[in-house]
Design a binder for this molecule. Structure first.
Ligand SMILES: CC(=O)SCCNC(=O)CCNC(=O)[C@H](O)C(C)(C)COP(=O)(O)OP(=O)(O)OC[C@H]1O[C@@H](n2cnc3c(N)ncnc32)[C@H](O)[C@@H]1OP(=O)(O)O
Ligand SMILES: N[C@@H](CCO)C(=O)O
Length: 373
């Protein structure tokens, strides 16, 4: 089987001018970022909307969040300068385990450094610096994207005007870490894994497929599987649910890399907004931007209690419910409902901005410090 990287022809690339100091203390040089933009940066350089993607996502947000784009929708290229970049450590155009390590001339593979959500956000911030963005209207994302959103609010508090974090938590739970570890062990158990030093023609496909099958069960919900598959047996004799999961596993293997899966799930496991700072609840209290916290009522992976906690301790947060039978992945499925939540939040943000401008007079345009943290 041939590995196929799906990097869309629309992807743009940026070589970051400076190395990135990772949270581990390691310097990562020659960082390339794969990204997309829609709309134009305005003269004040303050109309940016940053979209952060989920675990196996990529920069083409107008594909996987297509109904959220357009006039009057959550993201309007006539008004917004919308940016979505592939995360650090991924295999869709940004430096990660499949990239060539300049020190060896070979792909990093398992030697790619351990990274964190903060490292991902610092890479995004460095890209925005290159693009000339001064101020960000909104940072938005679901799942892994939602974790990045929350880190953005803390790391770049002076740049970020509002956030929308969907189906995410402020620190990865034991439940999530346990599920991720089981998925990684499935990859390690594949004889082709070879400590991560597999070849492009013999990847640990069975292990990665099994990991995806486990993950898919956590991205959906009991009711949605019952409704869709029940105990149906297909003409080929397989249970429909088994056949569906096998299909999802095979599909991921054709578009994703096992070392990348390990790198990104390990990064998610480091997620804790309070790491190296102070008490977790005090850190949540620091997030003072207007925040839309979206909970999916059927989410088994990041259950609503986690978003309720975020909204309780973040001083300007509002909790919205995405009612769906589909579980965690509802933010990629029930997009009209999600769009309505985000449109409503953005309208309120605009009203607040206008009434502040009336009270205070128009704020002068101030040249702010660069994005470097
Ligand atoms: C925010 C982000 O950045 S993430 C970026 C977007 N993420 C992704 O695209 C990740 C991968 N995709 C997904 O997670 C999902 O496909 C979603 C959430 C995007 C969409 O979910 P859904 O529309 O419910 O797709 P669903 O889970 O039903 O899968 C449909 C597939 O299963 C197949 N399928 C359905 N039933 C069966 C069955 N019994 N046996 C075999 N295959 C089956 C369908 O034929 C279809 O195949 P295809 O995708 O190859 O055309
Ligand atoms: N379905 C998402 C992961 C869950 O957020 C993805 O494949 O990226």
């Amino acid at each position: 089987m041939k590995y196929q990287w799906f990097i869309s022809p629309n992807t743009q690339f940026c070589e970051l001018p400076e190395p990135i100091l990772l949270e581990s203390g390691e310097m990562l040089g020659n960082v390339q970022v794969g990204y997309r933009t829609w709309g134009k940066l305005n003269a004040a350089r303050d109309n940016a909307v940053v979209i952060c993607h989920a675990l196996t996502g990529w920069a083409d947000a107008d594909e996987w969040w297509e109904p959220l784009f357009g006039p009057g929708r959550a993201f309007d290229p006539e008004q917004d300068f919308i940016i979505c970049s592939n995360v650090l450590g991924s295999c869709y155009g940004t430096t990660g385990p499949t990239s060539v390590n300049p020190a060896t001339g070979c792909p990093y593979g398992p030697d790619f450094p351990r990274i964190t959500i903060r490292d991902m956000v610092r890479v995004q911030a460095a890209l925005l610096e290159v693009l000339g963005v001064e101020q960000i209207k909104l940072v938005v994302g679901g799942s892994l994207g939602g974790m990045q959103v929350l880190e953005w609010a803390i790391l770049y508090a002076d740049k970020v005007e509002a956030i929308a974090s969907i189906a995410a938590s402020g620190r990865h739970s034991a439940w999530c870490i346990g599920l991720s570890e089981a998925q990684r062990q499935a990859i390690y158990a594949d004889p082709n894994w070879r400590g991560g030093l597999y070849t492009i023609d013999e990847p640990p496909a069975a292990g990665l497929a099994a990991a995806r099958m486990m993950a898919m069960c956590t991205y959906r919900a009991w009711g949605s599987f019952e409704q869709r598959f029940s105990r149906t047996v297909q003409e080929d004799g397989r249970l429909a649910i088994a056949s569906y999961l096998q299909h999802q596993g095979d599909k991921l293997v054709k578009r994703f890399d096992a070392n990348t899966y390990i790198t990104l799930t390990q990064a998610m496991d480091t997620h804790d907004l309070s790491r190296g700072l102070e008490d977790y609840y005090k850190v949540l209290a620091r997030i003072s931007q207007p925040a839309s916290i979206v909970a999916i009522d059927s989410d088994l992976l990041y259950p609503p209690t986690e978003q309720q906690e975020l909204a309780t301790y973040m001083p300007n947060a509002q909790l919205s419910w995405l009612h769906s039978p589909h579980g965690h992945d509802a933010f990629l499925i029930d997009m009209e409902e999600l769009n309505a939540i985000l449109v409503n939040f953005r309208h309120e943000q605009l009203k607040r901005h206008r009434s502040n401008s009336r009270v205070n007079g128009l704020a002068p345009v101030v040249r702010r410090s660069p994005f470097l943290f």
